[in-house]
Ligand binder design. Structure first.
Ligand SMILES: Cc1cc2nc3c(=O)[nH]c(=O)nc-3n(C[C@H](O)[C@H](O)[C@H](O)COP(=O)(O)O)c2cc1C
Length: 199
């Protein structure tokens, strides 16, 4: 039995490859670990707010000095971290937009990378506080970017996770989806193979 957090970030609900493959992966994990339960955080359906002065203000003050608005912003943000920390396995579905992750997924990372909760500063530099856990990142891309210097998505996601202490990260990339039917089919076949290899 595992607690699985699924973070979806495609803006589209229909036809999204990152959703489809992430959902397939979750079904695979549920079959492997019977009785697992899934928490879904759908940033495409309901984006989390960007960091703003209210939330940053809250982070700088002890709870008893926070305004009601700061307390509410802080509680919303805390919930995202609580969901992450409660999960044994995290599946992140990440569409590539403009060479990187979606702004909605970046906003989620801006909440969960929090000094004092998921990482801390030390004299030797910042260290992750998040116990390592399995994270799968399912990317969907119109082109092909694996290994390319233009891939600002996978290395960025890996860096953000590593910063908070999560290094057990595996990627499944659905690539070539805007390169014509043959390339799209090839990209899907490769992703199917990668998923099967994870089973
Ligand atoms: C706003 C936008 C920007 C995109 N930028 C890129 C890009 O920089 N490189 C790329 O290969 N594909 C790009 N695409 C194509 C998507 O990565 C592709 O359609 C992918 O399947 C989207 O993920 P989804 O299927 O989960 O929605 C872009 C699509 C959109 C809507």
């Amino acid at each position: 039995m595992k607690k699985i957090l699924v973070v979806q970030s495609s803006a589209r609900q229909e036809g999204s490859l990152s959703r489809e493959y992430a959902n397939n992966l979750v079904a695979q994990l549920q079959a492997k670990y019977p009785g697992s339960w899934v928490v879904a955080r759908d940033l495409g359906a309901e984006a989390v707010p960007h960091l703003d002065a209210t939330l940053l203000g809250a982070w700088m003050k002890p709870a008893e000095e926070q305004t009601d608005a700061e307390k509410a912003a802080s509680a919303r943000s805390d919930q995202l971290i609580d969901e992450l920390l409660a999960a044994d396995i995290v599946v992140i579905a990440s569409s590539m937009y403009n060479f990187g992750m979606t702004s909605t997924l970046k906003a989620w990372f801006d909440h969960v990378l929090r000094a004092g909760r998921t990482f801390k500063y030390t004299e030797a530099g910042p260290i992750g506080l998040t116990p390592d856990r399995k994270v799968y990142v399912v990317t969907a891309r119109g082109g092909r970017y694996t290994g390319s210097p233009l891939d600002f998505q996978a290395p960025h996601v890996r860096q953000l996770l590593g910063f908070i202490g999560i290094t057990d990260v595996e990627f499944v990339n659905v690539e070539g989806q805007s390169m014509g039917p043959e390339e799209a089919a090839k990209g899907r076949a490769e992703a199917d193979e990668a998923l099967a290899a994870l089973a």
